[in-house]
Design a protein around this ligand. Structure first.
Ligand SMILES: Cc1cc2nc3c(=O)[nH]c(=O)nc-3n(C[C@H](O)[C@H](O)[C@H](O)COP(=O)(O)OP(=O)(O)OC[C@H]3O[C@@H](n4cnc5c(N)ncnc54)[C@H](O)[C@@H]3O)c2cc1C
Length: 384
């Protein structure tokens, strides 16, 4: 039997790695267990790196505002480049319905201090000169948003956590818990057994299976999304473009140019592709290429280097599930990050720390209501 830890984190991904750093920085003993070979090998490395605070609800807005402060200050604080780019986000509107929805949302977003603006088609073209003007009614532009490399950030965060004496064990799959009265007393992997004062489920797309080991069902269900990256080209794009329109076979899609000049893109399939199948399909590239060329014709000869398929750990309402479980006093969830786990990660890690230490502010408690594991899951997030 190994030593006992203050915290065991199950999953070294977008959430688990920043959580490890946060706890280790504050001198807590933390052990992170992951079934895969190194940090970020689950969905984290599948993310295309979009980071925005321009959400539709207080919870995600506030957590991502803090994440943006962390991502944007990372290089200065730790001296490591994570390819942070303050390129902003834009949601161009081609229908009256989308224009109305986006303008309504801007009211909520302004209440939280987001400097989001409505641009006329001509103003928007100045930022994204290649944009298709036909039918364009205008666009939101949130200059505070940006992007970074999940690979670079999670690696950097992992090494910083190790420097602060966090421990990681890879190739170890959590298989079972021993429950003693109302506590998890032992975490059993396929190789070892561990004790901890607290256990955090950060198992991403496999969070439901892990939670069931504690006899608790949580509604996290993975659905798959495909993404791709081009060769580098000279800088030609401003903010991330999110096209909210539906087309046969797909819902919204989004793309941006990263610090290397590569165009990175991702699409939401319609109907959703539920399940854990991560084999690339032949449908994705023709579908997204046609849509990207339609909205930005100058990308017609862009050469694609690579595509991949990963999973969004979805919840029924599109909000994460974060908090302590009533059934077991030392078991916590930080799961159901949907399509935003990378951008939520660092801000969420700090909030999870405050939850564990009972140091939540009044605003934290309000935010946590949005992520409450026992909430009514019937409403749906507008930007889900
Ligand atoms: C194509 C695509 C594009 C995306 N783009 C973005 C984006 O631009 N911005 C953004 O913010 N998000 C994006 N996302 C979403 C983001 O990748 C996820 O929300 C995020 O990675 C989830 O973080 P997580 O820590 O919950 O899960 P993960 O990062 O998957 O980490 C969970 C870890 O738990 C481990 N694990 C699971 N079960 C066990 C077990 N029993 N024992 C031990 N270890 C276990 C896994 O191996 C994994 O490493 C995208 C996702 C995809 C698929």
């Amino acid at each position: 039997m190994n030593k006992s830890y203050d915290l065991i984190v199950i999953g070294a991904g977008s959430i688990g790695v920043p959580v490890a750093l946060e706890f280790a920085k504050k001198n807590h003993s933390v052990l992170v267990l992951d079934a895969l070979s190194s940090p970020g090998q689950g969905e984290d490395k599948k993310a295309i790196g979009g980071i925005r605070a321009s959400h539709s609800d207080k919870g995600k807005i506030r957590v991502c505002q803090r994440s943006i402060e962390i991502f944007s200050g990372w290089k200065e604080l730790y001296g490591e480049d994570i390819s942070w780019k303050n390129n902003g986000y834009s949601f161009p509107a081609y229908t009256e319905e989308h224009e109305t929805l986006l303008k309504e949302l801007m009211g909520i977003q302004h209440d939280f201090g987001l400097t989001i603006q409505w641009l006329s088609p001509e103003e928007y073209r100045e930022l994204n000169p290649g944009i298709c003007m036909r039918g364009l009614r205008g666009s939101t532009y949130s200059p505070g948003d940006g992007s970074a490399s999940p690979l670079l950030f999670t690696q950097s965060c992992y090494f910083k956590a190790m420097e602060q004496r966090a421990q990681f064990r890879f190739h170890e799959r959590v298989m079972e818990f021993s429950i003693d009265k109302s506590r998890i007393s032992v975490v059993k992997t396929d190789k070892n057994q561990y004790h901890a004062a607290h256990v955090l489920n950060a198992a991403g797309s496999y969070a439901r299976e892990v939670s069931r080991m504690a006899g608790i069902d949580i509604p996290v269900q993975p659905d798959s999304h495909e993404a791709g990256i081009s060769e580098p080209i000279k800088p030609c794009m401003g903010p991330m473009v999110v096209d909210m329109r539906n087309e046969p076979g797909s819902k919204n899609f989004y793309f941006y140019q990263n610090t290397e000049g590569q165009v990175v893109f991702c699409l939401t399939p319609d109907p959703p592709a539920w399940g854990t199948d991560c084999r690339s399909t032949s449908r994705f590239l023709p579908m997204i290429a046609r849509r990207m060329i339609a909205i930005m014709p100058m990308l017609a000869n862009l050469r694609v280097r690579r595509t991949w398929r990963g999973l969004y750990p979805m919840t029924p309402d599109g909000f994460p599930i974060v908090g302590r479980m009533r059934e077991l006093e030392n078991f916590y969830q930080a799961v159901g990050m949907c399509g935003q786990g990378f951008m939520l990660g660092p801000g969420m890690a700090e909030m999870i720390y405050r939850v564990f230490t009972g140091a939540c502010s009044r605003e934290d408690l309000e935010i946590l209501e949005h992520f409450d594991p026992y909430r009514n899951l019937e409403r749906e997030e507008v930007f889900k």
